[in-house]
Write a protein that binds this ligand. Sequence first.
Ligand code: SF4
Ligand code: SF4
Length: 448
Amino acid sequence: MDLLNKIKEAGVIGAGGAGFPAHIKLNCKVEYFIINGLECEPLLQSDKYLMRNKSDEIVSTAEKIGNAIEAEHIVIGLKEEYYDEVLALKESIKKLNSKVELHLSKTFYPAGDEQILVYEITGRTIPPGGIPLNVGAVVSNVGTVFNIFEAIQDKPVIYKFVTVIGEIAKPSIIKVPIGTSVEECIEKCGGTNVEDYVVIMGGPMMGKLISKEMAVDRVITKTDGAILVLPADHYLAQKEKMTVQHMKNQAKSACIQCHYCTDMCPRFLIGHPLHPHKIMRGIALSEDNDEVFKEALICCECGICELYACPMGLSPKRINVYLKGKLRQKGVKWNNTADIFQGHVLRDYRKIPTGRLISRLALNKYMSQKFEEGQEINPQKISIPLRQGIGAPADPIVKVGDKIEKGQMIAQIEEGKMGSNIHASINGEVVEINQNIVIRAIQVEVIP
Ligand code: SF4
Ligand code: SF4
């Protein structure tokens, strides 16, 4: 079986972003194969854990993939402050006599954004609405590369390394079978330090906020990497509660058109025609200004404009999210263009130091948390979504009552459709099939 088929069979999708199927993404020939180890969001640790502990696997697989796609440059991007990880990767490169290179970045946000990383390494701006392939690059997360290492050994994607951080008794990086509930992950880490809390799935800037009640049913999928627990009255939790109408009223009454939001916007700074201050002016005046609002489609939702730049505490990012929904309904698209875009001359001076961002977000107390590593969860029940990441749901190939083994394929993506195969992450019995396949663990009898 060739590499792409092994990746498809094992159900590998992008581990750090939207979950694009890896066998489709890597079906190309490019100049740059870039491996993203920058852990874009503050506080997250899972990619560092992998680079520290699985450096041989990551380097050897990066080279294998890079050769398959005929990349001239195979580059792992990570932060220069990741001393242990840089050391581990350098040793692996030397030991394996590999042509893989390291690109060491300063600690700024959002250094791990795919478009920013491509710009930093290649000096090329991906056109608005485009993809790295438009400038001769393809980017995979280190977690994806590790999953491809496993796929080559015929091991499917059935677990994730998840950072559990924040108001947690024992902050940890835990190995979690796909389909385990978020609540169970929190319990495994000793529970929370506060009674009333919210959970952010992912990092503080771009993660999705859920209530503690939702954490019971929310399960870990192939794209999850972090669980951040915050007090329910934390600034980030309160900001999420604001209605769209309230945001629009604020834009009308309080936007002083200082354009700091634009000046600090990382997409504007790599040359994209994205001007959040104009969008804010537009929404204050009318709902009907698609020529200006169209710019919202190229917003990556990094949150810098509202959580760092705006002196008035307004919400350009969430206005953009709102507009994107409306524009998509109308079928408005950003047409990829062959134009060449140039980064802003002041870009280097406008990078946001991650430490300052963390202070602004009132997250300093979680910076120095010590992590327990490597614990594994053994859930009694899992619920595995049939659709994980971009594409169609996979079709179940098991039925209620079937006994299944860990690693067995339980749902398959139809030939020709975009999506990923799904595998069981524990031994057990199928007890329910809806949009998820629910499996109850089978107790193994211990014979005295
Ligand atoms: S969230 Fe704000 S700063 Fe980030 S890309 Fe969008 S407009 Fe720019
Ligand atoms: S930074 Fe805030 S106040 Fe200034 S233009 Fe942007 S939204 Fe308006």
